[in-house]
Ligand binder design. Structure first.
Ligand code: SAM
Length: 234
C-alpha cells in the first residue's frame, strides 16, 4: 500500500527562539520561554478556541520544519546520549524523524480569538502548528511511567553574568516586557553546547533570543558566563 495524506498548518508559532541552538530539548525546561500561536483562517475566529480558557496546558503537534529530510532515518544520535551513540528513531524524540512531527505540552497563558499565548515552549520561531489539543491530566499523567534512557531532567549548570551583560538583559527585558534574564538563565543552564565539544575559555558561543544576540563562554568546565546581550545583527 502506498498511501500519502496531506496536512496543513492551523497556525504558526511566534517564539522567543530565533534559531535552533540553545532551545531547550523539551518543553517546560524553560518556563520563561514564551511565544504566541497565531492561528490562520478559518481557525483565527473565536469559535475555534471557545472553551479553551478552561484549560491550563495544551498539546501542540507541529512540524520540525527546519529538520525535514527526504530519506527517513532508522537510527539517530540524540544529544541526550552525548551525540555519539545511535539508537532507534522511535526510541527518541529527535527532530529527524518520519513525517517530521513534534509534540510538546506547553502552558496556556491566555486565549484570544486567533491567538494563544504560551509559555514553557521548545519551538523555533515560524514553526508550523498542525493541531492543538487540551492536556487531560487524568489521562495524560502516568504516575508509574518510566524511561530508563531519560530518567530525569538534564542536570543544570551554573550561569553567571558579567555586570554589563546583566544590565543589558534587564533593560531589554523591560523594553520587551519579557522575563529575559530568567529566559537566558533557564536556557543556558541546560548547557546547549554539543556534549562532544570541550569548550576552551576563549571560545565564544551565541544564540538569538527575541531580537537579541546573547553571547557567552565557559570560563571553566561546567560553568557559563554571559558576556553580552545586544541587538541582533540583521
Ligand atoms: N518536545 C518536542 C518533541 O518531543 O517532539 C521537541 C523535542 S526536540 C528534541 C526539541 C528541539 O527541537 C529543540 O531543542 C530545537 O532545537 C528543535 N526545534 C524546535 N522547533 C523546531 C523546528 N521548527 N524545526 C526544527 N527543529 C526544531
Amino acid at each position: 500500500m502506498n498511501q500519502s495524506y496531506s496536512v496543513s498548518p492551523i497556525g504558526f508559532m511566534r517564539s522567543c527562539f530565533k534559531e535552533k541552538f540553545a532551545i531547550p530539548r523539551q518543553p517546560q525546561l524553560a518556563p520563561a520561554a514564551r511565544g504566541v500561536l497565531e492561528l490562520v483562517s478559518p481557525f483565527d475566529q473565536g469559535d475555534a478556541v471557545q472553551g479553551l480558557e478552561q484549560v491550563s496546558h495544551v498539546w501542540l503537534l507541529f512540524l520540525f520544519h527546519q529538520a525535514l529530510e527526504d530519506k527517513p532515518r532508522l537510527k539517530v544520535r540524540p544529544p541526550r546520549l552525548g551525540g555519539n551513540q545511535s539508537i532507534g528513531v522511535f526510541a527518541t524524540r529527535a527532530t529527524h524523524r518520519p513525517n517530521g512531527i513534534g509534540q510538546s505540552v506547553v502552558k496556556l497563558e491566555r486565549v484570544e480569538a486567533g491567538r494563544l499565548w504560551l509559555s514553557g515552549i521548545d519551538l523555533l520561531d515560524g514553526t508550523p502548528i498542525l493541531d492543538v489539543k487540551p492536556y487531560v491530566p487524568y489521562a495524560d499523567v502516568i504516575a508509574d511511567a518510566s524511561n530508563r534512557m531519560a530518567a530525569a531532567a538534564p542536570e543544570l549548570i551554573p550561569v553567571q553574568w558579567d555586570d554589563t551583560a546583566l544590565l543589558q538583559a534587564r533593560e531589554h527585558g523591560l523594553r520587551l516586557a519579557e522575563p529575559l534574564v530568567a529566559l537566558i538563565e533557564q536556557c543556558l543552564a541546560q548547557d546547549p553546547r554539543p556534549a562532544y565539544q570541550v569548550p576552551s575559555p576563549e571560545r565564544r558561543y551565541g544564540a538569538q533570543f527575541w531580537d537579541l544576540d546573547v553571547r557567552w563562554h565557559y570560563p571553566q568546565a561546567g560553568l557559563i558566563r554571559v558576556l553580552e546581550v545586544v541587538p541582533a545583527s540583521v
